[in-house]
Design a protein around this ligand. Structure first.
Ligand SMILES: Nc1ncnc2c1ncn2[C@@H]1O[C@H](COP(=O)(O)OP(=O)(O)OP(=O)(O)O)[C@@H](O)[C@H]1O
Ligand SMILES: [Mg+2]
Length: 402
């Protein structure tokens, strides 16, 4: 996914313009520091910065950390340490060289990025940031601040919107074609039936007509499958026990393909919160993932289903900043894995590498995850095999905004 680079830039100088009123010496437009100190308690600024919901990182002109709030530590995946204050930022941020480079740029660039984006190499997270210089009341540069926010979830929501649009367009076309094809197919089947009755004595004709009817039925089944896939999902939401869903999904997958010697291990905390979702759809989701895993393993191997609750996440959709607890379910197999050049396409409808596959299994999985306001990632395990990670909110927006 392309990362938008800086789309606006702020000029480094001159320093902030004077405010409207104005004595000549009020060059920076700032109130006198003394006046603020009198009105505001000493620790106010520290508390303010610490409690901001954006990451704040400030460094002094000689390159030492002056401020780094809790959100900054969390986004940058660094352990919070009060001893970092005063240390060179290049040392504190040594595992985040991209961020270090941006901060250093505050003293070198003539245009400072305002609302730029960056994908952190270390974690894959996308951050949106603004870089500013700190100036004293005489306009001298005394430091720099990086103000940033984790945009990973926003990116995922945007990606989901794009996918929804793509599927909607594809769905409309597929539905139109399927509809057009359905009637002639039914006609072929009926007419072949009529002919079969009219030629009872010709064994050759009977055999050919049986094949025609069989093929027409198969084509009709595909058309129905496509129509089913492109129809929007209407969730029948209720309290769902994931343990029940997973248990049922294992038996459903076993009914599609023989599991052979494949072991299935399920780990699920006893106190896992029940989810608000559609049990039928969720069962379908895990059935499809497990069917793929069993198919990949071909009779021997291990499938692990691991579930855990994640801390509440901010839900940026619709501007609502609501913290929503999430549940993460991983389905991992130790099969041959998915080749890197195929990885990008596995969720696309009709993509399959199997002779008998329709290629709709994962497209349906994605659609169901999407309808539950969740997300799904796939990764190759370093030791071989595939891991699908589904993350769904305990309560999706389909419930929040009802
Ligand atoms: N666990 C897995 N291990 C290896 N490859 C996988 C795994 N899961 C999916 N794939 C790959 O992704 C492709 C798409 O999967 P998907 O479930 O969408 O379709 P399918 O299994 O081929 O057909 P269908 O599910 O419609 O019968 C598969 O053909 C396979 O190449
Ligand atoms: Mg499949």
């Amino acid at each position: 996914m392309p990362i938008r680079k800086s789309y606006t830039t702020a000029r480094r100088s001159p320093p902030a313009k004077p405010r409207a009123v104005v004595k000549p010496r009020a060059v920076t437009g700032s109130p006198k520091p003394g006046a603020i100190d009198d009105a505001v308690a000493a620790g106010f600024y520290r508390d303010l910065v610490w409690n901001l919901r954006n990451g704040v990182l400030a460094v002094t002109r000689d390159g030492r950390i002056a401020v780094m709030n809790e959100v900054a530590y969390r986004i940058l995946a660094l352990p919070p340490r009060t001893t970092d204050i005063g240390r060179p930022f290049t040392q504190v941020l040594k595992d985040q060289p991209d961020v270090s480079r941006i901060v250093a740029g505050a003293f070198e660039l003539s245009h400072l990025p305002n609302r730029a984006e960056l994908r952190l190499k270390s974690t894959g997270k996308v951050i949106g940031y603004t870089l500013s210089q700190v100036r004293d009341n005489r306009g001298r540069i005394t430091g720099a601040t990086l103000f940033f926010k984790d945009l990973t979830r926003v990116e995922q929501l945007e990606e989901r919107e794009r996918l929804r649009d793509r599927l909607a367009a594809l769905g409309e076309m597929a539905a139109a074609i399927a509809h057009e094809v359905k009637n002639p197919l039914a006609g072929i089947e009926v007419m072949a039936g009529v002919l079969k009755r009219q030629l009872p004595d010709s064994e050759d004709a009977q055999s050919i007509l049986r094949d025609i009817i069989k093929e027409a039925k198969m084509a009709n089944a595909i058309v129905l499958e496509v129509l089913d896939f492109v129809r929007p999902i209407r969730l029948q939401v209720e309290r769902v026990s994931l343990a029940d869903v997973v248990r049922d999904a294992i038996s459903m997958a076993e009914s599609h393909i023989s599991r052979g010697q494949v072991q299935v291990q399920v780990s699920m905390p006893e106190d896992l919160a029940p989810l608000q979702g559609d049990p039928h759809q969720l069962r379908q989701l895990f059935t499809n993932l497990l069917t793929n895993a069993f198919e990949a393993l071909g009779g021997t191997g291990l499938v692990q289903i691991a579930t855990k609750q994640l801390p509440a996440e901010e839900e940026p959709s619709a501007g609502a900043e609501t913290a929503v607890p999430m549940i993460q379910i991983e389905v991992t197999d130790n099969g041959p894995g998915i080749p890197a050049d195929v990885m990008e396409r596995i969720f696309s409808p009709f993509f399959t590498t199997k002779p008998q596959g329709s290629g709709l299994g994962l497209a349906i999985v994605r659609k169901i995850v999407d309808a539950h306001d969740g997300r799904i990632d796939v990764s190759a395990r370093p030791e071989g095999g595939t891991r699908f990670r589904v993350t769904v909110p305990v309560v999706g927006s389909h419930q929040l905004f009802r």
